[in-house]
Design a protein around this ligand. Structure first.
Ligand SMILES: Nc1ncnc2c1ncn2[C@@H]1O[C@H](COP(=O)(O)OP(=O)(O)OP(=O)(O)O)[C@@H](O)[C@H]1O
Ligand SMILES: [Mg+2]
Length: 499
Protein backbone atom coordinates (compact mmCIF):
# COMPACT_ATOMS: atom_id res chain seq x y z
CA UNK A 1 0.00 0.00 0.00
CA UNK A 2 2.67 2.61 0.88
CA UNK A 3 4.23 1.76 -2.48
CA UNK A 4 0.87 2.39 -4.09
CA UNK A 5 0.76 5.94 -2.72
CA UNK A 6 4.34 6.51 -3.79
CA UNK A 7 3.68 5.84 -7.44
CA UNK A 8 3.53 8.38 -10.19
CA UNK A 9 0.27 6.84 -11.34
CA UNK A 10 -1.31 7.56 -7.96
CA UNK A 11 -0.04 11.12 -7.91
CA UNK A 12 -1.41 11.66 -11.38
CA UNK A 13 -4.77 10.23 -10.37
CA UNK A 14 -4.77 12.44 -7.26
CA UNK A 15 -4.07 15.58 -9.27
CA UNK A 16 -6.83 14.66 -11.72
CA UNK A 17 -9.18 14.02 -8.88
CA UNK A 18 -8.38 17.34 -7.21
CA UNK A 19 -9.02 19.23 -10.45
CA UNK A 20 -12.21 17.28 -11.08
CA UNK A 21 -13.53 17.78 -7.54
CA UNK A 22 -12.71 21.51 -7.59
CA UNK A 23 -14.54 21.96 -10.89
CA UNK A 24 -17.60 20.08 -9.66
CA UNK A 25 -17.70 22.07 -6.42
CA UNK A 26 -17.22 25.37 -8.25
CA UNK A 27 -20.07 24.47 -10.58
CA UNK A 28 -22.36 23.54 -7.68
CA UNK A 29 -21.45 26.74 -5.82
CA UNK A 30 -22.24 28.77 -8.90
CA UNK A 31 -25.64 27.07 -9.23
CA UNK A 32 -26.31 27.66 -5.54
CA UNK A 33 -25.51 31.35 -5.51
CA UNK A 34 -27.17 32.18 -8.79
CA UNK A 35 -30.41 30.35 -7.81
CA UNK A 36 -30.50 32.04 -4.37
CA UNK A 37 -30.01 35.39 -6.08
CA UNK A 38 -32.75 34.59 -8.53
CA UNK A 39 -35.22 33.72 -5.79
CA UNK A 40 -34.46 36.92 -3.89
CA UNK A 41 -34.90 38.95 -7.02
CA UNK A 42 -38.22 37.21 -7.76
CA UNK A 43 -39.44 37.94 -4.24
CA UNK A 44 -38.51 41.59 -4.54
CA UNK A 45 -40.30 41.88 -7.86
CA UNK A 46 -43.46 40.23 -6.48
CA UNK A 47 -43.47 42.56 -3.46
CA UNK A 48 -42.91 45.53 -5.70
CA UNK A 49 -45.82 44.64 -7.97
CA UNK A 50 -48.11 43.96 -5.02
CA UNK A 51 -47.37 47.21 -3.20
CA UNK A 52 -47.81 49.22 -6.38
CA UNK A 53 -51.14 47.48 -6.97
CA UNK A 54 -52.27 48.35 -3.44
CA UNK A 55 -51.19 51.97 -3.79
CA UNK A 56 -53.35 52.06 -6.92
CA UNK A 57 -56.28 50.72 -4.87
CA UNK A 58 -55.74 53.47 -2.33
CA UNK A 59 -55.71 56.11 -4.97
CA UNK A 60 -58.93 54.78 -6.54
CA UNK A 61 -60.95 53.62 -3.51
CA UNK A 62 -59.40 55.48 -0.60
CA UNK A 63 -58.26 54.10 2.73
CA UNK A 64 -61.41 52.05 3.30
CA UNK A 65 -61.04 50.36 -0.09
CA UNK A 66 -57.40 49.56 0.59
CA UNK A 67 -58.19 48.11 4.03
CA UNK A 68 -60.87 45.96 2.50
CA UNK A 69 -58.54 44.58 -0.17
CA UNK A 70 -55.88 43.82 2.44
CA UNK A 71 -58.41 42.04 4.65
CA UNK A 72 -59.52 39.98 1.66
CA UNK A 73 -55.92 38.98 0.86
CA UNK A 74 -55.18 38.02 4.47
CA UNK A 75 -58.37 35.97 4.69
CA UNK A 76 -57.48 34.24 1.45
CA UNK A 77 -53.98 33.44 2.75
CA UNK A 78 -55.42 31.97 5.98
CA UNK A 79 -57.60 29.62 3.96
CA UNK A 80 -54.55 28.05 2.38
CA UNK A 81 -52.24 27.68 5.37
CA UNK A 82 -49.88 25.26 3.66
CA UNK A 83 -48.54 27.92 1.34
CA UNK A 84 -45.04 28.80 2.31
CA UNK A 85 -44.82 32.03 0.43
CA UNK A 86 -47.28 33.96 2.57
CA UNK A 87 -47.24 37.66 1.90
CA UNK A 88 -47.05 39.97 4.87
CA UNK A 89 -49.40 42.98 4.89
CA UNK A 90 -49.75 45.84 7.28
CA UNK A 91 -51.45 49.19 7.00
CA UNK A 92 -51.08 51.62 9.91
CA UNK A 93 -52.27 55.04 10.92
CA UNK A 94 -49.72 57.86 11.26
CA UNK A 95 -48.87 56.59 14.78
CA UNK A 96 -48.01 53.19 13.33
CA UNK A 97 -51.03 51.50 14.90
CA UNK A 98 -52.28 48.59 12.88
CA UNK A 99 -55.45 49.16 10.84
CA UNK A 100 -55.38 45.88 8.91
CA UNK A 101 -53.01 43.13 7.86
CA UNK A 102 -51.47 39.90 9.07
CA UNK A 103 -48.60 41.50 10.99
CA UNK A 104 -49.56 42.33 14.56
CA UNK A 105 -47.28 45.33 15.08
CA UNK A 106 -45.17 47.63 13.06
CA UNK A 107 -41.88 45.78 12.85
CA UNK A 108 -38.86 47.10 14.77
CA UNK A 109 -37.54 49.11 11.88
CA UNK A 110 -38.49 52.58 13.11
CA UNK A 111 -40.58 54.98 11.17
CA UNK A 112 -39.37 55.12 7.63
CA UNK A 113 -40.01 57.44 4.76
CA UNK A 114 -40.50 54.33 2.61
CA UNK A 115 -38.20 51.79 0.94
CA UNK A 116 -36.92 48.31 1.71
CA UNK A 117 -36.72 47.00 5.28
CA UNK A 118 -35.71 43.71 6.87
CA UNK A 119 -36.90 42.33 10.23
CA UNK A 120 -37.39 39.02 12.00
CA UNK A 121 -40.79 37.31 12.01
CA UNK A 122 -41.91 34.25 13.96
CA UNK A 123 -44.43 31.82 12.59
CA UNK A 124 -45.82 28.52 13.79
CA UNK A 125 -45.41 25.72 11.30
CA UNK A 126 -46.68 22.26 12.30
CA UNK A 127 -46.58 23.36 15.94
CA UNK A 128 -42.99 24.61 15.77
CA UNK A 129 -42.20 28.29 16.10
CA UNK A 130 -39.81 29.27 13.34
CA UNK A 131 -38.13 32.65 13.17
CA UNK A 132 -37.12 33.94 9.77
CA UNK A 133 -35.85 37.15 8.31
CA UNK A 134 -38.54 39.00 6.38
CA UNK A 135 -38.03 41.48 3.63
CA UNK A 136 -40.59 44.16 2.99
CA UNK A 137 -41.27 47.34 1.08
CA UNK A 138 -42.84 50.32 2.83
CA UNK A 139 -44.84 53.13 1.22
CA UNK A 140 -46.01 56.18 3.08
CA UNK A 141 -49.45 57.07 1.77
CA UNK A 142 -50.91 60.61 1.83
CA UNK A 143 -52.05 61.39 5.38
CA UNK A 144 -48.98 59.62 6.70
CA UNK A 145 -50.57 56.17 6.56
CA UNK A 146 -47.93 53.45 6.27
CA UNK A 147 -48.35 50.48 3.97
CA UNK A 148 -45.98 47.55 4.32
CA UNK A 149 -45.91 44.54 2.00
CA UNK A 150 -43.30 41.85 2.54
CA UNK A 151 -42.43 38.23 2.51
CA UNK A 152 -40.54 36.09 4.94
CA UNK A 153 -37.41 34.38 3.65
CA UNK A 154 -38.56 30.95 4.66
CA UNK A 155 -38.81 29.77 1.10
CA UNK A 156 -35.30 30.95 0.32
CA UNK A 157 -34.02 29.37 3.53
CA UNK A 158 -35.62 26.04 2.67
CA UNK A 159 -34.27 26.26 -0.83
CA UNK A 160 -30.79 27.03 0.45
CA UNK A 161 -31.06 24.13 2.83
CA UNK A 162 -31.99 21.83 -0.01
CA UNK A 163 -29.20 23.04 -2.22
CA UNK A 164 -26.69 22.72 0.62
CA UNK A 165 -27.93 19.21 1.22
CA UNK A 166 -27.62 18.35 -2.47
CA UNK A 167 -24.21 19.96 -2.58
CA UNK A 168 -23.10 17.87 0.35
CA UNK A 169 -24.20 14.69 -1.35
CA UNK A 170 -22.71 15.72 -4.66
CA UNK A 171 -19.40 16.46 -2.94
CA UNK A 172 -19.53 13.11 -1.18
CA UNK A 173 -20.36 11.19 -4.35
CA UNK A 174 -17.66 13.03 -6.28
CA UNK A 175 -15.15 12.22 -3.57
CA UNK A 176 -16.22 8.57 -3.55
CA UNK A 177 -16.16 8.26 -7.34
CA UNK A 178 -12.84 10.06 -7.50
CA UNK A 179 -11.25 7.80 -4.92
CA UNK A 180 -12.60 4.60 -6.48
CA UNK A 181 -11.77 5.80 -10.01
CA UNK A 182 -8.32 6.91 -8.94
CA UNK A 183 -7.70 3.61 -7.25
CA UNK A 184 -8.65 1.62 -10.33
CA UNK A 185 -6.77 3.94 -12.64
CA UNK A 186 -3.63 3.69 -10.52
CA UNK A 187 -3.98 -0.05 -10.19
CA UNK A 188 -4.45 -0.49 -13.91
CA UNK A 189 -1.40 1.60 -14.66
CA UNK A 190 0.66 -0.15 -12.00
CA UNK A 191 -0.31 -3.50 -13.41
CA UNK A 192 1.12 -2.54 -16.78
CA UNK A 193 4.31 -1.14 -15.29
CA UNK A 194 4.58 -4.20 -13.07
CA UNK A 195 4.51 -6.45 -16.12
CA UNK A 196 7.55 -4.61 -17.48
CA UNK A 197 9.25 -4.74 -14.08
CA UNK A 198 8.60 -8.43 -13.63
CA UNK A 199 10.04 -9.19 -17.03
CA UNK A 200 13.14 -7.08 -16.40
CA UNK A 201 13.69 -8.75 -13.05
CA UNK A 202 13.57 -12.18 -14.69
CA UNK A 203 15.97 -11.00 -17.35
CA UNK A 204 18.30 -9.58 -14.68
CA UNK A 205 18.26 -13.02 -13.08
CA UNK A 206 19.50 -14.52 -16.31
CA UNK A 207 16.47 -15.55 -18.35
CA UNK A 208 17.07 -13.62 -21.54
CA UNK A 209 14.16 -15.32 -23.29
CA UNK A 210 11.58 -13.37 -21.23
CA UNK A 211 9.44 -10.83 -23.07
CA UNK A 212 7.01 -8.19 -21.85
CA UNK A 213 3.45 -9.41 -22.50
CA UNK A 214 1.42 -7.28 -24.91
CA UNK A 215 -2.20 -6.45 -24.15
CA UNK A 216 -3.03 -5.95 -27.82
CA UNK A 217 -4.62 -2.58 -27.13
CA UNK A 218 -1.95 -0.76 -29.14
CA UNK A 219 -1.69 1.95 -26.47
CA UNK A 220 1.54 3.61 -25.42
CA UNK A 221 2.25 0.84 -22.92
CA UNK A 222 1.93 -1.73 -25.67
CA UNK A 223 4.21 0.36 -27.83
CA UNK A 224 6.74 0.56 -25.02
CA UNK A 225 6.50 -3.18 -24.45
CA UNK A 226 6.96 -3.83 -28.14
CA UNK A 227 10.04 -1.63 -28.31
CA UNK A 228 11.48 -3.27 -25.23
CA UNK A 229 10.85 -6.68 -26.74
CA UNK A 230 12.54 -5.72 -29.97
CA UNK A 231 15.48 -4.41 -28.00
CA UNK A 232 15.61 -7.65 -26.03
CA UNK A 233 15.48 -9.67 -29.27
CA UNK A 234 18.46 -7.74 -30.52
CA UNK A 235 20.37 -8.13 -27.26
CA UNK A 236 19.62 -11.84 -27.27
CA UNK A 237 20.81 -12.22 -30.85
CA UNK A 238 24.01 -10.39 -29.97
CA UNK A 239 24.50 -12.50 -26.86
CA UNK A 240 24.00 -15.72 -28.77
CA UNK A 241 26.42 -14.48 -31.42
CA UNK A 242 28.95 -13.56 -28.76
CA UNK A 243 28.61 -16.92 -27.09
CA UNK A 244 29.12 -18.65 -30.40
CA UNK A 245 32.21 -16.59 -31.10
CA UNK A 246 33.60 -17.33 -27.65
CA UNK A 247 32.92 -21.03 -28.14
CA UNK A 248 34.60 -20.92 -31.50
CA UNK A 249 37.60 -19.11 -30.12
CA UNK A 250 37.96 -21.61 -27.31
CA UNK A 251 37.61 -24.49 -29.72
CA UNK A 252 39.98 -23.05 -32.27
CA UNK A 253 42.69 -22.26 -29.79
CA UNK A 254 42.46 -25.50 -27.87
CA UNK A 255 43.60 -27.65 -30.78
CA UNK A 256 46.85 -25.81 -31.52
CA UNK A 257 47.57 -25.39 -27.80
CA UNK A 258 47.09 -29.11 -27.15
CA UNK A 259 49.24 -29.92 -30.14
CA UNK A 260 51.93 -27.58 -28.87
CA UNK A 261 51.80 -29.07 -25.41
CA UNK A 262 51.90 -32.66 -26.69
CA UNK A 263 54.92 -31.91 -28.86
CA UNK A 264 56.82 -30.38 -25.93
CA UNK A 265 55.90 -33.30 -23.70
CA UNK A 266 57.09 -35.88 -26.23
CA UNK A 267 60.33 -33.96 -26.67
CA UNK A 268 60.91 -34.02 -22.91
CA UNK A 269 60.14 -37.74 -22.55
CA UNK A 270 62.68 -38.74 -25.16
CA UNK A 271 66.40 -38.62 -24.59
CA UNK A 272 67.78 -35.09 -24.35
CA UNK A 273 69.17 -34.01 -27.68
CA UNK A 274 70.25 -30.52 -28.61
CA UNK A 275 69.13 -30.77 -32.24
CA UNK A 276 65.68 -32.13 -31.36
CA UNK A 277 65.30 -29.54 -28.64
CA UNK A 278 66.13 -26.85 -31.15
CA UNK A 279 63.58 -28.20 -33.63
CA UNK A 280 60.91 -28.46 -30.92
CA UNK A 281 61.50 -24.89 -29.82
CA UNK A 282 61.35 -23.62 -33.40
CA UNK A 283 58.08 -25.50 -33.96
CA UNK A 284 56.76 -24.08 -30.72
CA UNK A 285 57.60 -20.57 -31.82
CA UNK A 286 55.85 -21.13 -35.15
CA UNK A 287 52.77 -22.46 -33.41
CA UNK A 288 52.84 -19.59 -30.90
CA UNK A 289 53.11 -17.12 -33.78
CA UNK A 290 50.09 -18.69 -35.39
CA UNK A 291 48.16 -18.39 -32.14
CA UNK A 292 49.27 -14.79 -31.79
CA UNK A 293 48.14 -14.22 -35.36
CA UNK A 294 44.69 -15.52 -34.51
CA UNK A 295 44.53 -13.33 -31.42
CA UNK A 296 45.65 -10.30 -33.35
CA UNK A 297 43.06 -10.95 -36.05
CA UNK A 298 40.33 -11.26 -33.43
CA UNK A 299 41.47 -8.07 -31.73
CA UNK A 300 41.61 -6.20 -35.03
CA UNK A 301 38.07 -7.32 -35.86
CA UNK A 302 36.80 -6.34 -32.42
CA UNK A 303 38.51 -2.97 -32.65
CA UNK A 304 37.18 -2.26 -36.13
CA UNK A 305 33.69 -3.36 -35.08
CA UNK A 306 33.73 -1.17 -31.99
CA UNK A 307 34.16 1.87 -34.23
CA UNK A 308 36.64 3.39 -31.77
CA UNK A 309 38.96 4.32 -34.64
CA UNK A 310 36.26 6.26 -36.47
CA UNK A 311 37.49 9.56 -35.02
CA UNK A 312 41.07 9.02 -36.12
CA UNK A 313 40.32 8.32 -39.78
CA UNK A 314 42.45 10.27 -42.22
CA UNK A 315 42.19 11.05 -45.89
CA UNK A 316 44.29 8.33 -47.52
CA UNK A 317 45.12 7.38 -51.08
CA UNK A 318 43.35 4.07 -51.71
CA UNK A 319 45.08 3.67 -55.07
CA UNK A 320 48.44 3.66 -53.38
CA UNK A 321 47.31 1.18 -50.74
CA UNK A 322 45.88 -1.17 -53.39
CA UNK A 323 49.09 -1.00 -55.43
CA UNK A 324 51.20 -1.80 -52.35
CA UNK A 325 49.05 -4.86 -51.61
CA UNK A 326 49.35 -6.06 -55.22
CA UNK A 327 53.09 -5.64 -55.05
CA UNK A 328 53.22 -7.55 -51.78
CA UNK A 329 51.35 -10.52 -53.27
CA UNK A 330 53.15 -10.53 -56.62
CA UNK A 331 55.70 -13.14 -55.46
CA UNK A 332 52.97 -15.37 -53.99
CA UNK A 333 51.05 -15.32 -57.29
CA UNK A 334 54.20 -16.02 -59.21
CA UNK A 335 55.03 -18.96 -56.97
CA UNK A 336 51.57 -20.46 -57.58
CA UNK A 337 51.80 -19.78 -61.29
CA UNK A 338 48.85 -17.38 -61.21
CA UNK A 339 48.62 -14.16 -63.16
CA UNK A 340 47.91 -11.08 -61.05
CA UNK A 341 46.77 -8.30 -63.40
CA UNK A 342 45.83 -4.99 -61.77
CA UNK A 343 43.65 -2.12 -62.96
CA UNK A 344 43.91 0.64 -60.39
CA UNK A 345 42.55 4.15 -60.93
CA UNK A 346 44.81 6.98 -59.76
CA UNK A 347 44.38 9.06 -56.67
CA UNK A 348 41.15 7.64 -55.32
CA UNK A 349 41.02 9.29 -51.92
CA UNK A 350 38.96 7.95 -49.04
CA UNK A 351 38.63 8.76 -45.38
CA UNK A 352 40.08 5.73 -43.72
CA UNK A 353 42.61 3.88 -41.67
CA UNK A 354 45.56 3.02 -43.90
CA UNK A 355 46.58 -0.05 -41.94
CA UNK A 356 43.08 -1.55 -41.74
CA UNK A 357 42.29 -0.83 -45.40
CA UNK A 358 45.56 -2.43 -46.45
CA UNK A 359 44.76 -5.44 -44.26
CA UNK A 360 41.26 -5.77 -45.74
CA UNK A 361 42.44 -5.66 -49.38
CA UNK A 362 45.25 -8.05 -48.51
CA UNK A 363 42.75 -10.51 -47.00
CA UNK A 364 40.69 -10.48 -50.20
CA UNK A 365 43.75 -10.98 -52.41
CA UNK A 366 45.06 -13.62 -50.02
CA UNK A 367 41.81 -15.60 -50.27
CA UNK A 368 41.73 -15.33 -54.06
CA UNK A 369 45.29 -16.60 -54.35
CA UNK A 370 44.88 -19.24 -51.67
CA UNK A 371 41.74 -20.85 -53.08
CA UNK A 372 42.60 -20.59 -56.78
CA UNK A 373 44.56 -23.47 -58.26
CA UNK A 374 45.06 -22.11 -61.76
CA UNK A 375 44.06 -19.15 -63.85
CA UNK A 376 44.36 -15.64 -62.57
CA UNK A 377 43.51 -13.26 -59.79
CA UNK A 378 42.84 -9.65 -60.70
CA UNK A 379 42.65 -6.56 -58.53
CA UNK A 380 40.86 -3.44 -59.69
CA UNK A 381 39.96 -0.06 -58.17
CA UNK A 382 37.41 2.27 -59.75
CA UNK A 383 35.45 5.18 -58.42
CA UNK A 384 32.52 7.39 -59.27
CA UNK A 385 31.72 10.72 -57.73
CA UNK A 386 30.73 9.26 -54.39
CA UNK A 387 32.06 5.73 -54.01
CA UNK A 388 35.32 3.87 -54.43
CA UNK A 389 35.07 0.22 -55.40
CA UNK A 390 37.71 -2.47 -55.15
CA UNK A 391 37.14 -5.81 -56.85
CA UNK A 392 39.20 -8.92 -56.37
CA UNK A 393 38.31 -11.54 -58.96
CA UNK A 394 39.62 -15.08 -59.17
CA UNK A 395 39.09 -18.24 -61.20
CA UNK A 396 38.89 -20.52 -58.18
CA UNK A 397 36.04 -22.71 -56.91
CA UNK A 398 33.94 -19.72 -55.78
CA UNK A 399 31.51 -19.65 -52.85
CA UNK A 400 27.97 -21.05 -53.24
CA UNK A 401 25.40 -18.18 -53.17
CA UNK A 402 23.74 -19.48 -50.00
CA UNK A 403 27.07 -19.33 -48.13
CA UNK A 404 28.11 -15.87 -49.29
CA UNK A 405 26.77 -14.27 -46.13
CA UNK A 406 27.95 -16.89 -43.68
CA UNK A 407 31.61 -16.81 -44.75
CA UNK A 408 31.79 -13.30 -43.30
CA UNK A 409 31.16 -14.69 -39.81
CA UNK A 410 34.10 -15.46 -37.59
CA UNK A 411 35.71 -18.90 -37.94
CA UNK A 412 33.48 -19.94 -40.83
CA UNK A 413 35.41 -21.94 -43.45
CA UNK A 414 33.89 -23.93 -46.28
CA UNK A 415 34.38 -27.69 -46.56
CA UNK A 416 36.85 -27.60 -49.42
CA UNK A 417 39.06 -25.01 -47.74
CA UNK A 418 40.00 -26.89 -44.59
CA UNK A 419 43.19 -28.24 -46.16
CA UNK A 420 44.60 -24.76 -46.71
CA UNK A 421 45.87 -22.78 -43.73
CA UNK A 422 43.60 -20.20 -42.16
CA UNK A 423 41.24 -19.49 -39.29
CA UNK A 424 38.18 -18.20 -41.07
CA UNK A 425 38.81 -14.68 -39.77
CA UNK A 426 39.96 -12.92 -42.93
CA UNK A 427 36.54 -11.96 -44.30
CA UNK A 428 35.25 -11.05 -40.82
CA UNK A 429 37.93 -8.39 -40.65
CA UNK A 430 37.08 -7.17 -44.17
CA UNK A 431 33.45 -6.76 -43.15
CA UNK A 432 34.36 -4.99 -39.90
CA UNK A 433 36.64 -2.63 -41.83
CA UNK A 434 33.90 -1.96 -44.40
CA UNK A 435 31.46 -1.11 -41.62
CA UNK A 436 33.98 1.12 -39.88
CA UNK A 437 34.34 3.06 -43.13
CA UNK A 438 30.59 3.14 -43.75
CA UNK A 439 31.12 0.96 -46.76
CA UNK A 440 30.06 -2.53 -47.77
CA UNK A 441 31.54 -5.81 -48.90
CA UNK A 442 29.89 -8.68 -50.73
CA UNK A 443 30.70 -11.71 -52.87
CA UNK A 444 29.43 -12.40 -56.39
CA UNK A 445 30.09 -14.68 -59.33
CA UNK A 446 33.08 -13.88 -61.44
CA UNK A 447 31.26 -12.76 -64.55
CA UNK A 448 34.32 -12.02 -66.59
CA UNK A 449 35.44 -15.65 -66.57
CA UNK A 450 34.49 -17.44 -69.81
CA UNK A 451 33.82 -20.75 -68.00
CA UNK A 452 31.78 -18.87 -65.43
CA UNK A 453 33.90 -20.00 -62.54
CA UNK A 454 35.49 -18.11 -59.73
CA UNK A 455 34.49 -15.39 -57.35
CA UNK A 456 34.47 -11.61 -57.27
CA UNK A 457 34.78 -9.94 -53.88
CA UNK A 458 33.54 -6.35 -53.97
CA UNK A 459 34.66 -3.87 -51.34
CA UNK A 460 33.09 -0.47 -51.55
CA UNK A 461 33.50 2.66 -49.47
CA UNK A 462 32.60 6.34 -49.65
CA UNK A 463 35.05 8.45 -51.51
CA UNK A 464 36.50 11.81 -50.54
CA UNK A 465 36.01 13.81 -53.70
CA UNK A 466 39.10 15.55 -54.93
CA UNK A 467 37.54 17.76 -57.61
CA UNK A 468 40.81 18.59 -59.27
CA UNK A 469 41.34 15.00 -60.33
CA UNK A 470 37.79 13.79 -60.89
CA UNK A 471 37.09 13.07 -64.55
CA UNK A 472 33.47 12.02 -65.01
CA UNK A 473 33.63 10.83 -68.60
CA UNK A 474 34.86 7.29 -68.19
CA UNK A 475 32.60 4.47 -67.09
CA UNK A 476 33.07 0.88 -66.04
CA UNK A 477 30.73 -2.05 -65.91
CA UNK A 478 30.51 -3.10 -62.36
CA UNK A 479 28.70 -5.82 -60.59
CA UNK A 480 25.37 -5.10 -58.94
CA UNK A 481 25.28 -6.01 -55.28
CA UNK A 482 23.51 -9.24 -54.42
CA UNK A 483 20.91 -9.18 -51.68
CA UNK A 484 22.48 -9.25 -48.23
CA UNK A 485 25.74 -7.50 -49.04
CA UNK A 486 27.72 -7.30 -45.84
CA UNK A 487 28.47 -3.95 -44.30
CA UNK A 488 26.29 -0.91 -44.80
CA UNK A 489 22.98 -1.68 -46.41
CA UNK A 490 23.07 1.07 -49.02
CA UNK A 491 22.46 -0.10 -52.54
CA UNK A 492 25.71 0.16 -54.50
CA UNK A 493 25.62 2.48 -57.51
CA UNK A 494 25.45 0.73 -60.88
CA UNK A 495 27.79 2.85 -62.97
CA UNK A 496 31.09 3.92 -61.60
CA UNK A 497 33.39 6.17 -63.53
CA UNK A 498 37.13 5.79 -63.75
CA UNK A 499 39.27 8.62 -62.59
N1 LIG B 1 38.19 -16.39 -53.13
C1 LIG B 1 37.61 -17.43 -52.54
N2 LIG B 1 37.34 -18.56 -53.24
C2 LIG B 1 36.74 -19.61 -52.64
N3 LIG B 1 36.38 -19.64 -51.36
C3 LIG B 1 36.64 -18.55 -50.62
C4 LIG B 1 37.25 -17.40 -51.16
N4 LIG B 1 37.37 -16.47 -50.21
C5 LIG B 1 36.86 -17.02 -49.09
N5 LIG B 1 36.42 -18.27 -49.33
C6 LIG B 1 35.78 -19.18 -48.36
O1 LIG B 1 35.38 -18.41 -47.26
C7 LIG B 1 35.98 -18.90 -46.06
C8 LIG B 1 36.24 -17.77 -45.13
O2 LIG B 1 37.27 -16.93 -45.63
P1 LIG B 1 38.17 -16.14 -44.63
O3 LIG B 1 39.10 -15.30 -45.41
O4 LIG B 1 37.29 -15.50 -43.66
O5 LIG B 1 38.94 -17.26 -43.84
P2 LIG B 1 40.16 -18.16 -44.31
O6 LIG B 1 40.70 -17.66 -45.58
O7 LIG B 1 39.69 -19.56 -44.29
O8 LIG B 1 41.17 -17.96 -43.12
P3 LIG B 1 42.03 -16.66 -42.81
O9 LIG B 1 41.62 -15.62 -43.78
O10 LIG B 1 41.66 -16.33 -41.42
O11 LIG B 1 43.43 -17.05 -42.94
C9 LIG B 1 37.21 -19.60 -46.53
O12 LIG B 1 37.58 -20.60 -45.62
C10 LIG B 1 36.74 -20.19 -47.84
O13 LIG B 1 36.06 -21.40 -47.61
MG1 LIG C 1 41.22 -15.58 -45.72
Amino acid sequence: MPRFFNTNAFRLAAVYFAIFATSVLALLAFIYFSSADFIEQQTDETIDAEIRGLAEQYREHGLAGLIEVIQQRVAEARRTPSRIDDTLYLITDPLLHSLAGNLEHWPPVGERGGGWVAFPVSETHNGVIETDQARASVIVLPGNFHLLVGRDQREARIFRGRVTHTLGWAALITLGLGIVGGFFMTRNMLRKVDAVNRTSTRIIHGDLSQRVPLTGSGDEFDQLAQNLNEMLDKVERLMVGMRQVTDNIAHDLRTPLSRLRARLEVTLIEKPDVVRYGDALRDTITEADRLLGTFNALLSIAEAESGSRRESLDTVDLSEIARDVAELYEPVAEEKGLALPIDIADRVMVRGDRHLLSQAIANLVDNALKYTADGSVSLSLHANSSMARIEVTDTGPGVPPDRRDAVFDRFVRLEGSRSSPGNGLGLSLVRAVAMLHEGAVWLADNQSSPEARGLTAVFELPRVVDRTVLAPHETARLLPAPAGAAGSSSEPPRDLGHT
